[in-house]
Design a protein around this ligand. Sequence first.
Ligand code: GLN
Length: 379
Amino acid sequence: MIKINKFDESMIRKMTVLAEKYNAINLAQGFPEHTKKAIINAATRAIEEDKNQYTVTYGLKELREKLAERIRQERDVNIGYEDIIITCGASEGIIDAVLGNVPRGGNVIIFEPIYENYIPAVQLAGGNIKTIPWDNGKFDMEQLTEVVERGDFIIINTPHNPTGKVFSREELLRIADIAKKYDCIVITDETYEYLTYEKKHVSIASLEDMGGRTITVGSFSKTYSVTGWRMGYIYAKGLLMQNIKSVHDYLTICAPSPFQYAALELLDLPHQYYEGFVESYRKRRDFMAEELVKCGFEFELPQGAYYIFAKLPKFIEMNDIDFCFDLVKNGGVALVPGSSFFYKHDNKRYVRFSFSKDMDSLKEAIKRLNSYLSKKTRK
Ligand code: GLN
């Protein structure tokens, strides 16, 4: 058995297991507590209408057509329905992209901290991971120029999990220039594209001459609060897409059919839905940010996604892993230790908070956190 990550299991999902065991509030794995009734109805209707058998492996044609139209309009990327497939979540999309296209021994460059699913995908493909260290909260673009070699793959994630960074057009232009100069393929995970607070999301595939060398992964999970439906998608051109299709075909056959029909309806939601979605998260971000500063955590305010990646208060002497295991057991709050987002350049002073829970749960979590921390300061 090859070791596919430095931990034997995902720390994000492990913390969910511990949250259930200790009855803790789960600010670890990022998923919301509720789904809007209209969205639930779309799924139950599809099941009632007996849309319960496989769809074609690539996914419903109507859904792919509608998605392609939305991507053309909103992201300015020129794709047709044949350039897109529906996957079992963005997680499958990442695996398809990497397994289908990264050759054995091929280099994959990733900026740290790293959403933990990318590493196992590259390991399973037999690829070679090159990481760019995190420079005190900054993504160092200069280092990309230093490490890149001809034909490398570059994985980016914007809005970024766990830091909430939203890559600016200028940063993406720099990555695109490097990708073109060194003939690289960019794999971009845009799961949180509808969740940006100040800056607008930009897709690297929309930049000049990038459409043919970019694989974009998207998701329904976060945008519509349906993480358990396992609905994602992936788009790319030509051979990149052919390779993705063949991995997907044998790996999962197709994404869940009733949810594909439901997703068709979700794409008709009015723009007010998306505005309300961002506003509800903005309130929760601001609440958590204010409270966590008071607790002594240090962090950059996230520009997107629903995580705060914070440095432990100075008075905490434990490392991130010990802190998270102690907090879930004795403090009733589950977080993810930052170590699980670092691969080569470890950093043991960070933890990730997800603020995807309801306001009442966040308030209760802060209450518990304060009571736990006050015991630590008194020692
Ligand atoms: N993307 C979510 C997170 O980072 C949940 C997916 C997962 O289980 N890794 O928490």
